[in-house]
Design a protein around this ligand. Structure first.
Ligand code: NOJ
Length: 755
């Protein structure tokens, strides 16, 4: 019997009522809020306590359908959700057991980490952020959703909106970088793309804002490490993208593995009961991260699995991922009166409501979607890769290369690796679709004009045996493109690094190739900033390609050959050395801000210099205070000039909208896109504010010589900040405003807030 048949009485009843009531609503999918809640309440009233706890349990499902015990749990209604099964046949098999053989026939919610693509892989998220193009990212996520939905997946664990300011942390890969505004825009775009509506009115894929909260601030950038964030910082930085997602209808939230200010997130009632569910009024449900409920014991916060379950449920966690503390202990906890059954009911209500919104009760099975392999997916993946690549250096306009080049040497371990260019989190990625840079350049130039040597077998390879061949190839060519980076496995979860150099003998490879005297163009594929300062000494051009995904090759070829002028901008500050971390543009000013004048580099300090003679300001003797590359930075094949900044009024009052405008001119020879950035600073406040904060972005396409005025609007809302209780503060006083091509822009104006 199908779900629909089981509930036919209820559904038909509901539909007739709707039909008679308004004559416009004829489908059960379009039930009103009340009717939905009627459906859910009636279902809950029929459930045993075990079945309710079953809904709150997410089981690991990979290959599980072959396991009798697993299917027995599904049959008993004890598997509310299953993660990591993405084979449509297996999904349907499990779902048939749930729907046809379990007592109430409640469908299983299948979940998967669909992070930057499903079969077609788009650039890694930090690369997507470099596009500064939320609309493109929205469209991209819609494609990921369609492909995953076609396999039967209905819930993804994305977007991750952890503010990420430490490149040692491997999971910077999955983040949108260091900035609150950019992360929020990108998170919202991903959310909207995944939750687009199908023709039947249900959303494609439910989303998950993760990891609430502060995971990106792990001490030392070491994954899973302790997190300490003052409340003011939580409200002004880390909470912001999550709050925006909660307001925009993200389906679920995930806890973080970490301990925040002494309390593991999975047992943190301040985060989930107080802030999320009460203050923000979040209506979806909360899932724990993998086994993190049980890990409260290891954290030293719970004595045993029973206490761990109790703390998690009381904190507001509705579903447990992977570990079984709910399944094993919740019934007893309820029967003993430790946990009121109403709390369990509330969790189940949230879970069932999402299942209903997803249309699972109507159509629970995987139905292959012919559009899932559409060539449009590859076209958009290429567009995203094009817009994500950041040109960091281009001396003597060595780029673009002439398409008439007679011989091009393509060298390096990442030049022709169909898997590694996809990056982390590509469980279902189809490497058969990958086009590598080598393949794309060979296609563009013809095989005889491209000489390829990998030089190193993989990024960490320390054997220099292939160098001789690489040098010969370089000598035979007019230019050398060296494609290096980090293999996917060195990035992502649990893959933190203390050093940020290119691994293996890649630096040596670049150096030896530069000694040939041929122009060397270095392309870096990775998912974090690397300390690549020394490469600048040997390379004439540097392109940061991130892990660019399936279509990374054709995108890179287009950029190298000048068919596309780069427009990517850095979503994160690049340190010169790891010792500068944390380094981010929106820092506080300090009482002693550094300047070029106040910095004497380590080796220039006279021997036995007087203690205060070297300028007592906030800098490093050996690294100064500036980054290698600032946030928002990226070159193109043209240049842009910013001028004539003006503000529509010297003052802003409550209810006003102020405009800050500037003229941007393409002063070079090539038509190109530019990401125009708008920054603000609250100069004096009761709680000190950052030296600059991104508040607006606009993409422009300008032909050579073309000029355009770009304006950003400001209302009082843009000038708000929060105290430690999350109460908004808005204070009279001076604000600075800048417009420019990166976060170091000095094109500034100011205005005064007078409420
Ligand atoms: C652990 C990761 O932290 C989380 O981001 C992911 O979604 C889950 N595992 C499920 O794979």
């Amino acid at each position: 019997m199908s779900v629909k048949e089981k509930y036919i009485g209820l559904l038909v009843f509901t539909c007739i009522i709707i039909f008679m009531g308004s004559m416009t609503i004829t489908s059960c999918n379009k039930t009103s809020k009340d009717q939905k809640s009627d459906f859910v309440e009636r279902l809950i009233s029929k459930m045993t306590l075990e079945e309710k706890i079953g809904q709150m349990s997410q089981l690991h499902g990979e290959n599980a359908s072959r396991d009798g015990k697993f299917l027995a749990l599904v049959r008993d209604g004890l598997a509310g959700s299953v993660l990591n099964e993405s084979d449509p046949e297996q999904i349907n098999l499990i779902q048939h057991v749930a729907v046809d053989e379990s007592r109430l026939g409640i469908p299983v919610l299948f979940a998967r980490d669909v992070i930057h693509g499903f079969k077609t892989i788009f650039p890694i998220n930090i690369g997507l952020a470099a596009t500064f193009n939320p609309e493109l990212i929205r469209q991209s996520a819609a494609i990921w959703a369609q492909e995953a939905h076609s396999a039967g997946i209905r819930w993804t664990f994305a977007p991750m909106v952890d503010i990420s300011r430490d490149p040692r942390w491997g999971r910077m890969a999955e983040s949108f970088g260091e900035d609150v505004y950019l992360t929020t825009l990108m998170g919202l775009a991903v959310n909207e793309g995944f939750q687009q509506k199908q023709e039947n009115g249900s959303i494609y894929l439910a989303t998950c804002a993760k990891h609430f909260v502060g995971y990106g601030a792990v001490e030392g950038g070491r994954d899973y490490n302790t997190v300490n964030i003052p409340e003011i910082e939580l409200h002004n930085t880390y909470f912001k993208p999550f709050k925006a997602l909660s307001e925009s209808g993200v389906s679920t939230f995930m806890t973080s593995f970490t301990d925040l200010n002494g309390v593991p997130a999975s047992g943190n009632s301040y985060l989930f009961r107080e802030v999320l569910k009460t203050d923000w009024g979040f209506q979806g449900f909360v899932v724990s991260d993998w086994a993190s409920i049980e890990e409260q014991i290891t954290h030293g916060y719970a004595e045993n699995p029973k206490e761990a379950a109790k703390k998690a449920v009381l904190a507001g966690v509705d579903m447990e991922m992977a570990s079984g503390t709910f399944a094993e202990n919740l019934k007893q906890l309820v029967e003993d009166g430790v946990i009121p059954e109403t709390i369990v009911d509330e969790a189940v209500r949230r879970i069932l409501t999402l299942k209903l919104d997803l249309g699972l009760f109507d159509q629970p099975y995987a139905i292959p979607d012919t559009r899932a392999n559409d060539s449009a997916h590859l076209i958009l993946a290429k567009e995203a890769a094009l817009q994500s690549m950041v040109l960091l250096k281009n001396d003597n306009e060595v780029l673009p290369l002439s398409p008439a080049i007679k011989k091009l040497a393509v060298i390096g371990p990442m030049a022709n690796d169909r898997y590694e260019q996809l990056g982390t989190w590509i469980f279902d990625g189809d490497t058969n679709l990958t086009i590598t840079p080598l393949a794309a350049l060979q296609k563009e130039l013809g095989e005889t004009r491209v000489v390829y040597v990998h030089g190193l077998d993989y990024s960490r390879d320390r054997k220099t045996i292939g160098f001789e061949k690489a040098v010969k190839a370089a000598e035979s060519a007019e230019a050398v493109v060296v494609i290096v980076g980090e293999e996917a496995i060195i990035t992502g979860e649990a893959h933190s690094r203390a050093g940020l150099e290119l691994p293996g003998a890649q630096n040596e490879l670049i150096k030896i190739l530069s000694e040939t005297g041929k122009p060397v163009i270095v392309v870096i594929m990775t998912s974090r900033p690397l300390t690549i300062g020394s490469i600048s000494d040997y390379a004439e051009a540097i392109i940061y390609a991130w892990h660019p995904g399936t279509m990374g090759g054709p995108a890179l070829a287009d950029i190298l050959l000048g068919y596309y002028a780069p427009s990517g901008k850095l979503p994160v500050t690049f340190p010169k050395v790891p010792g500068q971390i944390p380094i981010y543009y929106s820092h506080k000013n300090t009482g002693r801000p550094p300047s070029k004048e106040s910095w004497t580099p380590l080796y220039d300090i006279p021997v036995r210099a007087f203690q205060t003679s070297v300028g007592n300001t906030s800098h490093y003797l050996d690294a100064g205070f500036e980054p290698l590359y600032p946030f928002g930075f990226g070159l193109s094949y043209t240049s842009f000039e910013y001028s004539n900044i003006k503000v529509s009024s010297p003052t802003i009052k409550s209810g006003d909208t102020l405009r800050v405008c500037s003229t941007i001119t393409n002063t070079g020879k090539v038509a190109a896109n530019e990401v125009v950035q708008f920054y603000l600073r609250d100069v004096t406040a009761e709680i000190t504010r950052p030296v600059k904060e991104l508040k607006g972005i606009k993409r422009l396409f300008l032909s050579p010589g073309q000029q355009q005025e770009v304006c950003f609007e400001i209302t009082e809302d843009d000038l708000v900040y929060y105290d430690k209780n999350g109460k908004s503060i808005i204070e009279n006083g001076i604000f600075y405003a800048w417009i420019g091509g990166d976060s170091t822009t000095e094109l500034k104006t100011e205005f005064v807030l007078e409420k």
